[in-house]
Design a protein around this ligand. Structure first.
Ligand SMILES: [Zn+2]
Length: 412
């Protein structure tokens, strides 16, 4: 692997990235295949994960052009998850309350998708601005009364807004920092756009959950970076921003952190505690990541055996959730249509297409009633509780669910 030395850390620019997991050469996880395109070759890219010993940031080595990921192939609409909607509503309510937001405030959300979060501020009479590069999602937001610019955020967008006299009292960046290839330009833009006493909240899956719970399927080309408090703090400091509080949501996207960030240095006890716990666990050292690849291989082997045995005994298995992590899992574990015959998803923009690489057709969850697969592999395991609640009839009729990580098991 001679190419590695040429790859610089996305955060600190360090050239000493240490790879620790190779997921092979895989299709883009969100590049769902149209039915009339199944015979055409799919674009594939290497998927390797590395650790930067200089700033502790975990990141993938390859860089697929963002336009390919977030414009051409992007069909994720946040509004299709009840859990995400509820989490967002609470976040907005709490911000309006604690930051005393009103008609003179401005809330800016980066990667605002279809406006599902900002809508809560609009209803409360708080001015908002969404920024999202996906044209369909931005159009849906504008149609729903959430003013949204269709663009990739960075220092140039921030400068234009600032020039127009727009300064943000609150900037929300949920599940976007993992998706940003030009990390420093993005964070510089946030610093530029934030009012002197403003607050940035950033949410991203926690790298400790990824490692400790073997959530290897959350690694795909869209996710350039995987954050700890340590790596986040070092990134922010480079832009004179400060990490002042941290919250943990264990059930959101497999374990999510919310960081509170501002221009002033005022860390809570929780920040100090998290940084200390990460040092104790070795999150800032390569050894913490080294055994991960072996554990991933073990989970993949056991899942392949479990499903192979079920199918060999005459059972049928379908997948739930045509999300990017589902594509990583099916491709890495090697679950083709012979083992997992189809996949269901609530998002109508995905139905009628096929999973990348493995080509399972994506159907409306309503088909579960007629087709009654014996087992449902939870590709979207982060929504396990929500799916179980929606699929009460399937479960009552004797259907069973398979949870793939942290270890494959059949749920009653
Ligand atoms: Zn680095």
């Amino acid at each position: 692997m001679t190419a590695e030395a040429a790859v610089a850390c996305r955060s600190c620019g360090g050239l000493d990235l240490h790879p620790f997991l190779d997921l092979g050469v895989t299709p883009l996880a969100d590049a769902l295949v149209a039915a009339d395109n199944l015979d055409a070759p799919e674009e594939r890219y290497p998927l390797q994960v590395a650790f930067c010993p200089d700033c502790a940031l975990v990141q993938i080595l390859e860089e697929v052009p963002p336009h390919k990921l977030f414009v051409d192939n992007y069909r994720y609409f946040s509004s299709y998850s009840d859990a995400v909607l509820e989490h967002s509503r609470r976040h907005a309510t709490s911000l309006i309350d604690t930051r005393r937001l009103g008609p003179d405030s401005l809330v800016v959300e980066l990667a605002s998708n279809d406006g599902y979060l900002l809508r809560n501020f609009v209803v409360a009479g708080v001015p908002v601005l969404g920024i999202d590069p996906a044209p369909d999602q931005a159009a849906a937001a504008n149609a729903a009364g959430v003013p949204t610019i269709d663009a990739f955020f960075g220092s140039d967008v921030a400068e234009t807004l600032r020039h127009d006299g727009r300064v943000a009292d609150v900037i929300i960046a949920n599940n976007v920092l993992a998706h940003v290839p030009a990390l420093n330009d993005f964070v510089a833009g946030m610093a530029m756009l934030l009012a002197d006493d403003g607050l940035i909240t950033i949410e991203s899956p926690y790298v400790r959950e990824l490692i400790d719970r073997v959530e290897f399927d959350t690694i795909y080309h869209e996710h350039y970076c995987y954050y700890s408090c340590t790596s986040m703090e070092r990134l922010l400091r480079r832009h004179q921003l400060h990490l002042n509080d941290v919250e943990f949501f264990p059930d959101l996207h497999g374990g999510t952190l919310r960081w509170h960030v501002g221009h002033h240095d005022d860390p809570s006890d929780r920040v100090v505690e998290y940084l200390q716990r990460e040092r104790d666990a070795g999150v800032d050292r390569f050894a913490y990541y080294q055994a991960f690849a072996i554990r991933v291989e073990d989970v993949a082997d056991r899942l392949r055996t479990l499903i192979g045995d079920l199918v060999a005994s005459g059972a049928t298995v379908a997948g739930y959730g045509a999300a990017a992590k589902g594509a990583t899992l099916l491709n890495y574990v090697g679950l083709g249509t012979d083992l997992v015959s189809f996949v269901v998803d609530r998002n109508p923009h995905k139905q009628g297409r096929h999973m990348p690489g493995t080509h399972q057709p994506i159907e409306d969850p309503a088909v579960l009633g007629e087709r009654r697969p014996d087992y449902l592999l939870l590709l979207a395991w982060n929504f396990a509780a929500e799916i179980a609640a929606q699929q009460r009839d399937y479960l009552a009729g004797g259907g069973l669910m398979i949870l793939p990580v942290p270890e494959p098991r059949i749920m009653p």
